[in-house]
Design a protein around this ligand. Structure first.
Ligand code: PGA
Length: 246
């Protein structure tokens, strides 16, 4: 049984300020977390401030194209040059607000890998899908597009994040059992492709993770950490969540 290093990633979304970056960096620098991968995914303009303080950072999106005439997009080359090591792909807000298909998300994951970035590939269902009892079918399709595009070796460099849309920013967390059920399904789907891949791949949970529910979620056997939105903007909450993951 391979031991997977737990991970907590903060997704600041379109939030933050110079002063928040400063207080966040100063506070986190005083509390090193051994045995935990901590990553911050701030708006891209703030990346360099974190990198200057030796923080691991990630982008929140990546173009599936190389550098060129794509106004407003951000390429893998640029993210890498800015010091990012990770990038979130297929967040539900990108899928919903920008019409990103499963196939495009898979192409973005490939582009990330081509640029030595680790993609954090987000999957997760809406409330309607859950109520219709179609969670596995829905998440299975999101994963299938990725499996169709990436080789086993490429998949072994990815992180998956299960983020049920109905739990994002709503204060409604999936119960540890609900989350574990889908994480086990994701791990089984990985195992169907390659058993060692399933053992190695980290699957993060995201959706209203807070200091008071983090420990129970992270105690589940197939939950390897969290992708944290709102609570990553509150430094002390983020630290408490990191402590819960160790
Ligand atoms: P939340 O967001 O923690 O605010 O629910 C999670 C995410 O969108 O990654």
């Amino acid at each position: 049984m391979i031991k997977r290093t737990p991970m907590v990633a903060g997704n600041w979304k379109m939030n933050g300020s110079r002063s928040l970056v400063e207080s966040f960096v100063n506070t986190l620098n005083d509390r090193p977390f051994n045995g935990l991968d901590v990553v911050v995914c701030p708006p891209v303009g703030y990346l360099s401030f974190f990198v200057a303080e030796c923080f691991s950072v990630g982008g929140q999106d990546i173009s599936d194209q190389d550098n060129g005439a794509h106004t407003g997009d951000i390429s893998g080359e640029i993210l890498t040059e800015l010091g990012a090591s990770y990038v979130i792909v297929g967040h539900s807000e990108r899928r919903e607000n920008h019409g990103e298909s499963n196939e495009l998300v898979a192409k973005k994951a490939l582009k990330a890998l081509d640029n030595n970035l680790i993609p954090i590939i987000c999957v997760g269902e809406s409330l309607k899908v859950r109520e219709d009892n179609k969670v596995n079918e829905f998440v299975g399709k999101q994963l299938a597009a990725v499996f169709d595009t990436l080789s086993s070796e490429q998949l072994s460099r990815c992180i998956i994040a299960y983020e049920p849309i109905w739990a994002i920013g709503t204060g409604k967390t999936a119960s540890p059992e609900q989350a574990q059920e889908v994480h086990a399904f994701i791990r089984q789907t990985l195992a169907d492709n390659d058993k060692s891949l399933a053992e190695k791949t980290r699957v993060l949970y995201g959706g209203s993770v807070k200091p008071d529910n983090a420990s129970q979620l992270f105690a589940q056997p197939d939950i390897d950490g969290g992708l944290i939105g709102g609570a990553s903007l509150k430094t002390e909450d983020f630290i408490a969540i990191c402590q819960a993951a160790i």
